[in-house]
Design a protein around this ligand. Sequence first.
Ligand code: AGP
Length: 606
Amino acid sequence: MCGIIGYAGDRPCLPVLLDGLEKLEYRGYDSAGVAWPAAGDFCTVKKQGRLAALRRRLEELAPAAARCGIGHTRWATHGAPCDANSHPHRAGQVCLVHNGIIENAAALKAPLLQAGAVFASETDTEVLAWLLDSLYKGDPLTALRSALAQVCGSYALAVLFSDRPGQIWAVRRQSPLVVGLGDGENFLASDMPALLAHTKRFILPDEDELVLLTAQEVQFFDAAGNAVEKEISTAAWDAQDAEKGSYPHFMLKEIHEQPEALLRTVLPRIQGGLPCFEPDGPSDTLLTGIRRVCIVGCGTAYHAGLAGKAMLEQLACLPTRVEIASEFRYAAPLLSKDELVIAVSQSGETLDTLAALQLAAQHGCPTLAIVNVPGSSLAREAGTVLYTAAGPEIAVASTKTCSAQIATLYLLAFRLALVRGTAEEPLLRQLTAQLSGCGDAIYALLQRKDKLQQLAARYSGAEHLFFIGRGPDHALALEGSLKLKEISYIHSEGCAAGELKHGTISLITDGTPVIALATQSALLEKTLGSIREVQARGAKVILLCPETAEVERSAAEHIIRLPAVHELLLPLTALVPLQLFAYYAAVQRGCDVDKPRNLAKSVTVE
Ligand code: AGP
């Protein structure tokens, strides 16, 4: 998962490239580099480490101002993070940056070595540069088409040719790429936040489409090399949406944006007090024909699916399975044509989730994407789309998009229950109204963030921390655990509360922190029993339960009561204390909250 950027215009390119790379750093930050054509060759500057290291190097070099260039920020896949493996990579008359993986790089490299190529790195990307150079006879379009015909894998490329200063050639397959249109200048990047400071006019190249970008124009070609016309779209986001503002971290800002993100997501889909997805979402005709549901996703998106499963089964009485996308795609899944496959993804570019959706479509299943990024690959490949309207999510840890995903799945469950007649309309109206009201409940919880900060300070020194829950709270336990470990690096595990006695309880020792989730009244006593089990082994328990729950103060070391909403909706609000706890624990431990080690925001490789 890397970020690429390109600029051609009437301004010096370096500030545009560097500021854009800063917005892309959440995609990868092992190293960064820039390149521009100069005197029939290229200038390339690249450095291991964060973007600041590249900025310092460029300040030392103080290069002449170029007006066309490309840049890259890297999350290492092939070759360790080091200067030599950083992008851009050059070979002869070619210099390029790449996001993705060339899966047959080794096979392509052998003949290139025999032909005299001298490799400077261990990367798959450099193989592509040498291949392209070996095919370049003066026509970039022909050379690119010939080279890519030999390539297996995923890519978003930005390419310079030394004899064509002022031109940037680009192409994508499975990796994201957006083209930004300016006045006397044009841009390209891995995604929109990198360009929102310059333009809100975008064109999204389709799979295998090639792009020629100069200061004056942008041309598109299909895989066969034919010119194609493209539609210009306007971003719904503004530059400040992708800024931290007064918050110390994007993650804290995005946790606090949840009330409005929730409302922006649900309100446009409520008409007459009930969910309505037509004309642009899944139709009632489609929903009426569904006999089962399969939700696929990764990480937090997978957990959102688990939370949605509870509602789909309880209200719409639809058998619902939730699959980890990377498992689903290799499991030879048993799919039927009356099974709605829902791909949940913030970025809409997660390769495993995209492949899972494609597999479902190949089996003739109706597909639905619940995504946050407009025009993303998943949105374009799914049969129908329900966008979460959470706005750009910059922190690697998903927060506002998780609650928006769950809210969207809840709305879908309500609509399915309505068209299937499996729940009374008054209940569905009540749930729909209260779903909108969850924004207030989340806002109320945000006002109690000091409590979470205190608890995080108390327990952030723990070596291990466990989350337990039953039913929809098991999904919360998994998500709370992921949030904590991915940004604070505390080892954590989410566990079905009933499973503790089958193994995990052996890890509970004196002082082990356990966060117990009990949002459902029917399961409360059982979960209180699980709490007593771990307390008997010395655990210190933080209990999240409804404010109306009849729970003795002594039931847990700490009790966080959740504002009153219908208990079916409580898991949506219980997310917030878990997110805040993880955030403050990470801050307490001095971690890089927005860019946790080894992680990137969008996993566009396997
Ligand atoms: C969660 O905080 C992580 N950012 C990660 O698990 C993420 O949810 C996962 O990689 C899926 O990403 P997507 O939603 O963009 O598909």
